[in-house]
Design a protein around this ligand. Structure first.
Ligand code: ZN
Length: 130
């Protein structure tokens, strides 16, 4: 995806369906995470270090997958909002959080860019929320 994308649903039945689907996915995420946590708690570092590392890596990947998914806002955690895909960060925000950040960075850009140095190859912060 190379352009800002907004997924907005107006129909109340579809909103209920979307929210219910997100709840199902969230519950599956929590169950899997709790299963991994429970297994890692029963292991000792002395005899199961490799397994503990494997489980920690799996939990980290699971949390990251959830955090960047369209099922939740990566800032406020809302699971009931319309979403906007941020092309710079490659994650989804709810429309409210995206709007707040967009307004903030535009204002900062107008006041004078403070996160951008011409001598670096960094992307100006005004492009973080197009
Ligand atoms: Zn949000």
């Amino acid at each position: 995806m190379d352009r800002k994308k907004i997924i907005s649903i107006q129909d109340s039945q579809l909103i209920k369906f979307r929210n219910a689907l997100r709840e199902v996915v969230f519950n599956a995420y929590i169950i899997e995470l709790e299963t991994l946590i429970a297994e890692s708690r029963n292991l000792t570092i002395e005899s199961n270090l490799d397994r503990i590392k494997y489980l920690a890596d799996k939990m980290d990947k699971l949390r990251t997958a959830w955090k960047i998914s369209i099922y939740t806002c990566s800032l406020c955690g809302s699971r009931t909002s319309d979403m906007v895909f941020n092309i710079f960060f490659k994650i989804w925000f709810c429309i409210e959080c995206y709007g707040k950040n967009q307004k903030f960075y535009r204002k900062k850009g107008e006041e004078g860019e403070i996160w951008y140095d011409e001598s670096t190859s960094h992307v100006p912060s005004t492009r973080w929320y197009p």
